[in-house]
Structures are given as C-alpha cells and as structure tokens.
Design a protein around this ligand. Structure first.
Ligand SMILES: *Cc1c(COP(=O)(O)O)cnc(C)c1O
Length: 410
C-alpha cells in the first residue's frame, strides 16, 4: 500500500472506531418533503429547503429558461466574463429584502463567509465569535489571521467581558454570530449584540442562513428582531429557504464594492451558472410576496414542540439532544425504519457529548406528518433518552469556550 493510501486508511479506521466516519448516501428528493433512499420512500425532516422552493414550479421554470437561453456554466470568474447580467437583479432583490444599499453574491454561503471575514479584518484587528457558530465562520475567522475570542453561546456578559479586555489593543473589531443557530434552532439576542457592537465600535456580522425566508416575513432574524438597520453585515445563503445555490453578503455599497475586488473566494472562483441565479431570483420574489408561506415552517415546528412538550420552537430547527453518538445513530435508524428521514448530527458539527437528532420543518409538511412523527418519537422512547445535561430553556448543550472544529482529529 502506498504511504498515501495507508494514511487515508488509518484516518478512516480511527474515525470508524469512534463512530465518527461519515459517508455519502444517495438520496432522491421529490415534492412535499418526500425523500427516497434505495427502495424506501420517506418523509424528510432534515432538509433545509424550508419553503420547498427547490421543487417550486415557478423557480424551476425560471432556472430552466435561463439554462436554455444562456447555457450550463458561467465560464469564468465574475471579474472576468462570469458576471452574467442576471446578477444585478438578484443582488438588488437581496438588498431590498435585507434593507441594505447593496448585496454581493458568492458561489455559496461557505464561500461568502471565508471570503468576507479576511477581507474585513486581519492581524491588527480582533474577532469575537459565538462558540456555536458554523464551521465556515470559524474557518473565515482563522483565515483572517486576526486573534479570535470565542464567547460562550449567546452569553452577552461573556462577550462584554472579552470585548472589554481585548478591544482597545486592536484597530478594528468584528463580532460574528448566527441569527438562528444551525444545530440548535435558537436565536441570537441581536438587539443586545447591536448595543455591544455600538458601545465598542465593533462591526456585527450576522450569518442568517437559517433565518432568511422563515423569520421576519421572510427577511430574516434581524427584521424579526427589529434591528435590521443596525447591522452592517448581513450574510445569507441561497441554498436553504431560497432552494437554489449560492451565498451573499448584504451591506453598504462601499463594503460590497470592497468584497467584489478583494474577497478571494469571489475573485478566484467561477461565477454561478445563470440558471442558478435565475432560480434564486424567482425564489426571492416568492419570499417577498408570500408571508404566509414563510411563516409556516415555524408554525409546524411549534406544533411539533407542543406535541412533545418541548420548549417552544424559535425557528424551524428543533434539536433532540441524545448525548452520545451511538444513541443518536440508533435513534435515526429507528425513525428511518418508520419512514422518517432525520439524520443524526455528530461531533465535530456539534460539541462532544451532544450528538442529536436535528429536525427541520418545511412548508411542504402537513399537520398529519408532524403528528405522526411526534407519535413515533414517543413510541420509541426518545423523549426519555434525552441527554441529562441539556438545559431546560432550549435543550441547550453544555457551555463551551472551545470550538469543536478545532479538533484536528475529527
Ligand atoms: C449552511 C450554512 C452555511 C453555508 O451555506 P452554503 O450555502 O450551504 O455553503 C453558512 N452558515 C450557516 C450557519 C449555515 O447553516
């Protein structure tokens, strides 16, 4: 065996031993939250397509028309020949939805975060980031070379303490949070974050991957909290509620202009296919005009938390923290056997000891599906299997001041 293959095999064996090896599973997706694995038909409760727009006819037709008219790919970076005129409409529409002067579209949400953060801050600056922030915020922060301080999840006293200690020696300061936390479904205290940012001349960047399309009449977490205008950097993805692919930052014109000339993940990568831009634009039009559609995922999540006596859902994401990885995998398999697709979420996506089932609710579900799911969870005894250490208000995981993504072993 070559040393390369031996290296890869050893790594895989070590992951396997900890039950942390991940493998890709072919999954077909259809309308109404249907998913197929092999011959099995299931209802998916783990998709981020909150409004079903990936399957929406108007969205598909817009994408198909652009594909037929403009071809399959962009051909080059946006800065070369890949800046299709369709980008203008999408960016204007995103800026309108977010209430900002402009927006800058990237190839994905991941690329938006890893490109934006290093464009704005560097070694002379400082970053304060929530300990449960998504992997790509963490990676973007690391790439910037700025000193990074993790504050305890949603803990404003801890953030205040860290800012007080570390802000004055830095030129600029950036605070990173998610609007809705992707693995826990709880919301950030955005008004308090704005207050702290103002008080210390720090820039607040909100990754609202899971708020867009579902909170604040579709505008997202900041609109829901009534603080949109106080947030200078609104990041989002076109890959979840928007049902397409891509990411963006909505901000002032100077900021988006700077991103378009400096963000490496925009400059040195190919533009989005025109069909993807057209599909996303059509989906944003739906989000902007159909508040009832946008409200329904949260209503279903609340029906689910109500049925199980869980804390009231704050978003369409509801975690059931089971603690150890084996338990979460077994629970996922037991639900799959009954036709419910709910993947187990393991470290390092979540902190050690907090493996869980993560349920997401979509406008494509109906009340019967929710009630059947809740009944299955009870019948399987999963309510009693929950981890003892979860805190009552949001089944919260143990507080941590280390990012799980720092563990190179996984
Ligand atoms: C999914 C996600 C991203 C990445 O977005 P993609 O468009 O899928 O690359 C970024 N941040 C958060 C919080 C996410 O959940």
């Amino acid at each position: 065996m070559s040393s390369l293959d031996a290296f890869a095999s050893d790594k895989l064996a070590a992951l396997e031993k900890k039950r942390l090896r991940r493998t890709l599973q072919d999954t077909g997706r259809g309308p109404a939250a249907a998913a197929t694995r092999g011959a099995q038909e299931m209802i998916s409760f783990c998709c981020n397509d909150y409004l079903g727009l990936s399957q929406n006819n108007a969205v598909k037709q817009a994408a198909a028309a652009a594909l037929a008219e403009y071809g399959a790919g962009a051909g080059a970076s946006r800065l070369v020949t890949g800046n299709h005129p369709l980008y203008d409409g999408l960016e204007a529409s995103l800026a309108a939805l977010k209430g900002t002067e402009d927006a800058c579209v990237f190839g994905s949400g991941y690329l938006a975060n890893i490109g934006t953060i290093p464009t704005l801050v560097g070694a002379d600056d400082v970053i304060f980031t929530d300990s449960l922030n998504h992997a790509c915020l963490h990676t973007g922060a690391k790439l910037s070379g700025a000193p990074i301080h993790l504050f305890r999840h949603n803990d404003m006293a801890d953030l205040s303490r860290l800012i007080t200690a570390h802000r004055s020696s830095a030129t600029h300061a950036l605070i990173l949070t998610e609007g809705v936390f992707s693995m826990d479904g709880d919301r950030a205290p955005l008004a308090e974050l704005c207050d702290l940012a103002d008080a210390h001349d720090a820039w607040l960047m909100v990754d609202d991957a899971h708020g867009l399309g579902v909170l604040g009449n579709g505008s997202g977490s900041a609109a829901e909290a009534g603080v949109s205008a106080r947030i200078p950097l609104h990041m989002g993805t076109l890959s979840k509620a928007v049902g397409s692919y891509g990411g963006f930052v909505a901000a002032s014109k100077p900021v988006t202009d700077l991103l378009k000339t400096r963000a490496r993940s925009l400059v040195y990568t190919t533009g989005l296919p025109p069909s993807v831009i057209a599909g996303a634009t059509a989906a944003i039009d739906i989000i902007r005009t159909d508040p009832a559609l946008c409200a329904s995922p949260l209503e279903y999540a609340r029906r689910f938390t109500g049925a199980l006596g869980l804390p009231v859902a704050e978003s369409p994401i509801v975690p059931l923290v089971l603690g150890d990885t084996d338990r979460a995998l077994a629970a996922s398999e037991a639900l799959a056997a009954q036709g419910f697709l709910v993947t187990a979420i393991r470290p390092p996506t979540v902190p050690d000891g907090t493996a869980r089932l993560r349920f997401t609710f979509s406008a494509m579900h109906d009340e019967t599906m929710i009630d059947r799911l809740a009944a299955a969870i009870r019948a399987l005894g999963l309510m009693d299997a929950r981890a003892a250490r979860t805190e009552p208000h949001c089944q919260r995981v143990p507080i941590t001041d280390k990012s799980p993504y720092d563990d190179q072993a996984i």
